[in-house]
Design a binder for this molecule. Structure first.
Ligand SMILES: [Zn+2]
Length: 475
């Protein structure tokens, strides 16, 4: 274990609504944060929203809203959604907050003294959807951005540059030696082969983007929004002098989408290096969902609202499904049909049934009273290591082996019979089951906090009663 744990999610663009694709890394980060918190490690979990850039300004105009109001309202949708999904961050950063803007300005002033910043002419194809320059080879046959189906603008302007090209060797060395960890392996290899091609310098400012933070030494320019956004990980901690910054930086883990790894695994550490700040320890890139086999897209309108899912199936069932179905780090397909199959199978018939059988046996035969809690008859501590390694689906599968074992143990030992014929054996079986279920709840708590609490408090009651179904049958 570590002496502290600082974990972040990507910050989400406020012109998108929260959907299962953004809920996925956020729930994963929450599971890790809870895991470390429960183990007694000082933990800081950050999420938030990215609120600058032309795309957002245009969305606000389209919505006929003042931009400040637009970003505030849309940011609130994210914090509300995360709350409904049981996500409990220690802080929620918005890049339009003054604490963030002040920290970014202070960071850029420091960067300016590094000798790695210079002025130059930039010409490039700017995609507003990406808020980034594209290369001619990134475009489709019609000369459009393949992701946004729009023609990028040819932008020619005076900009400030960062000498990113100076950092290729250092990046390669720290990534190869795992001093800076990139997972999964496929993403690490992707970054290493990108570095092997050599790095070009990047622009750090824009003249034509108005809704952004002014560059402190050249007020005609604004700071490139991507760089302003990356700095949220430090600004939220109170960079440069905050106590939290001193305690928690560098980040132990940035969870990001696989589409933004160049920003997090190349540009971000190089900027930190130039400013003399420590690098994050690890970046983990999660995969993407398709929905019923199709890419999530605004035009298809197939984005699934996680709040609707939580209302129908319960918060913990959604959390369980998100992390059980697809190995974290790989792509996979999301479908309501699969969610319902896991709900019926794993949750209602598995864990729910075990809890209901045990509490019924105790209520009917022991007057609701069991003895002192014993040690669990089964050990499955490898679950902890799986969680630490972000192998959530394996951790859950391992816990469910124990649930299956316990249900079979009931079938085999027939406690409803021994309750009448062999009270000693009956009591032993019940004590074993109670201890095991208690341990299962403990291991499950980071994933399914409400369910774990329901089980633990039911089993700790002075008089245990026949429990209500944990996962009622779907209608
Ligand atoms: Zn684009």
């Amino acid at each position: 274990m570590t002496d502290k744990f600082y974990i972040t999610t990507p910050i989400y663009y406020v012109n998108d609504k929260p959907h299962v694709g953004s809920a996925y890394p956020t729930v994963a980060a929450d599971v890790l944060a809870r895991f470390y918190r429960y183990s007694g490690t000082p933990t800081f979990f950050l999420t938030g929203t990215a609120e600058h850039g032309t795309k957002i300004l245009q969305s606000a105009e389209k919505a006929e809203q003042n931009v400040e109001e637009f970003v505030r309202e849309n940011s609130a949708k994210f914090s509300l959604t995360w709350g409904i999904l049981g996500v409990a961050p220690d802080d929620f950063i918005r890049t339009t907050e003054s604490r963030h803007e002040a920290a970014v300005i202070s960071f850029f002033e420091k960067l300016k003294t590094s000798g790695k910043i210079y002025e130059g002419q930039y010409e490039g194809l700017y995609c507003v959807g990406h808020e980034a320059f594209l290369k001619p080879e990134d475009l489709n046959a019609e000369g459009k951005c393949p992701d946004h189906a729009t023609r990028p603008e040819l932008v020619k302007e005076q900009n400030w540059f960062f000498k990113l090209s100076d950092y290729a060797d250092l990046l390669k060395q720290k990534i190869s030696s795992n001093e800076f960890v990139i997972e999964p392996e496929t993403r690490r290899n992707e970054i290493l082969s990108f570095l092997n091609q050599g790095l070009e310098d990047i622009t750090i400012s824009r003249q034509h983007v108005k809704w952004a933070i002014p560059l402190p030494w050249d007020k005609k320019q604004t700071i490139y929004v991507w760089l302003d956004e990356l700095f949220n990980y430090c600004s939220a901690l109170g960079y440069p002098d905050g106590e939290k910054y001193k305690q928690y930086w560098p980040a132990d883990l940035h969870i990001v989408g696989k589409d933004i790894i160049k920003f997090h695994c190349v540009i971000w550490p190089a900027l930190l290096e130039a400013a003399g700040l420590p690098w994050p320890k690890k970046v983990f890139a999660h995969g993407f969902f398709t929905i019923d086999g199709q890419k999530i897209s605004k035009s298809l309108g197939n984005a699934i609202d996680p709040v609707e899912l939580a209302e129908k199936y319960g918060t913990d069932a959604v959390r369980y499904f998100l992390l059980r179905e697809i190995p974290f780090g790989q792509d996979g397909d999301f479908s309501v049909k699969k969610l319902e199959a896991r709900y019926e199978g794993d949750l209602a018939n598995g864990l729910g049934n075990l809890f209901s059988r045990l509490t019924t046996l105790i209520a009917q035969n022991l007057d609701g009273e069991i003895g002192e809690k014993k040690a669990s008859p089964r050990e499955f501590d490898e679950v902890n290591v799986m969680i630490q390694n972000l192998r959530f689906h394996e951790a859950l599968a391992r816990i469910w082996e124990e649930i299956a074992w316990a249900n079979k143990y009931i079938d085999d030992t027939k406690p409803w019979e021994t309750a009448k014929t062999d009270v000693k054996l009956f009591t032993e079986v019940i004590d074993n089951l109670a201890a095991l279920l208690y341990e299962i709840a403990k291991k499950l708590a980071p994933f399914m906090p409400e369910t774990a609490e329901t089980i633990r408090s039911a089993l700790s009651a002075e008089r245990i009663v026949k429990a209500e179904p944990l996962f009622p049958r779907l209608k």
